[in-house]
Every structure is written in structure tokens, then in C-alpha cells.
Design a binder for this molecule. Structure first.
Ligand SMILES: [Zn+2]
Length: 188
């Protein structure tokens, strides 16, 4: 399952390549390890296999936090903690229909910004870019009721997200869809 999910972005990459338009803002280029890092763009890979719904989130941290450096003051510390908590309880973000009876089994979040050493947050240069990765697994008791998802919660909660590239694997095969705030529905 996990292999399938990881393989998906590569399988669909050629079809999506033209959608990766580069904006003209001044990203410096010391972050090639981040892969595609475009402010405003997030990615969600969603796979429904039987009762198991798995989701991978990739997003520049700035979309979610409004900044990509280690928190510098109390307000940024609070924002970080709130965002972390919000991403760990993503039910509202995914708009799961209650009839599907999905329960969150696992939520893993990774970001250089979430790492702390013994003295607080790791030093993180202001000039570098940071991503947030999330991995979620739900079990759904009535997956037949999971016809689709409405991801408007992501756009509401995080105004920094302008678009979400979704890759979907479900009972009817796989598809890619680009969502924006005015079009947030995906169907399995
Ligand atoms: Zn960035």
C-alpha cells in the first residue's frame, strides 16, 4: 500500500509537469533536496484501499504557518503549536462524511521546523525553505459511503494554500486533479 502511494507521484509526473509553472518570486536555490517547493502549492496523495484511507501531505511550511524559519517570538511559537495541533487532528480538513465512519489511526508530521533540540527549536536559517510532510491513516467502517472528499477545509484553515495537487487512488482507478478554493471536490 505504502509502495503504491509512493510510486504514484512519479507515475503521474509527466502529465503534471506543465502545471508546475514557476512563479517569479525570489526563491534562492540552496534547497534542491526539497524537490518541488512552490509557495502556495500543496500536494495530497490519497489512496482508498478497502477500509483503509491513506493520505500523504507535502507543503511548503509557509503555506501553513506564514513563515518558514524557526519561531522568533511568542506569536510565532503559538502559531506553530496551533498549526501542529490542527494538522494532527485533520478530520475537518479532509471533510470525511460521517456515514463512512472513518477513524484516524495514525498521524505523522515531519518538518525541520517541528524538530527541537534540548535548547528549543533547531536553528533554521531565514534564507532556507522548509517543507511539512504529513502521513495519515484512517480506517473506515463503511468505506462504501466514501464517494469523495471535499477539501475546502484546507483552503479555509490555511489561506496560504492557493492550490492543491491531488493524486487519488480508489476503487475506480487513479486520477490527478488540481484543486483551488473555488473547486474543492474530489471523487473516488
Ligand atoms: Zn519556501
Amino acid at each position: 500500500m505504502r509502495c503504491l502511494l509512493l510510486a504514484l507521484p512519479f507515475a503521474l509526473l509527466p502529465a503534471l509537469a506543465p502545471a508546475h509553472e514557476q512563479h517569479d518570486h525570489d526563491h534562492d536555490h540552496g534547497h534542491s533536496s526539497l524537490g518541488s517547493h512552490e509557495h502556495g502549492a500543496a500536494e495530497l496523495d490519497i489512496a482508498l484501499d478497502g477500509r483503509v484511507l491513506e493520505v500523504e501531505l507535502r507543503s511548503p511550511a509557509v503555506n501553513l504557518l506564514g513563515f518558514e524559519h524557526a519561531p522568533r517570538d511568542d506569536a510565532e511559537e503559538r502559531k506553530m503549536a496551533e498549526t501542529f495541533a490542527q494538522l494532527q487532528q485533520p478530520d475537518a480538513l479532509f471533510g470525511l462524511p460521517s456515514e463512512a465512519q472513518c477513524e484516524l489511526d495514525e498521524a505523522n508530521l515531519e518538518s525541520p521546523l517541528f524538530v527541537e533540540d534540548g535548547h528549543g527549536h533547531e536553528q533554521h536559517d531565514a534564507g532556507t525553505h522548509s517543507d511539512v510532510h504529513g502521513h495519515y491513516r484512517y480506517s473506515c467502517n463503511a468505506p462504501g459511503a466514501l464517494v469523495g472528499l471535499d477539501l475546502q477545509g484546507w483552503f479555509r484553515a490555511f489561506p496560504g494554500i492557493e492550490k492543491i495537487e491531488t493524486q487519488l487512488i480508489g476503487p475506480n482507478g487513479q486520477q490527478g486533479k488540481l484543486l483551488r478554493a473555488e473547486q474543492t471536490q474530489i471523487t473516488f
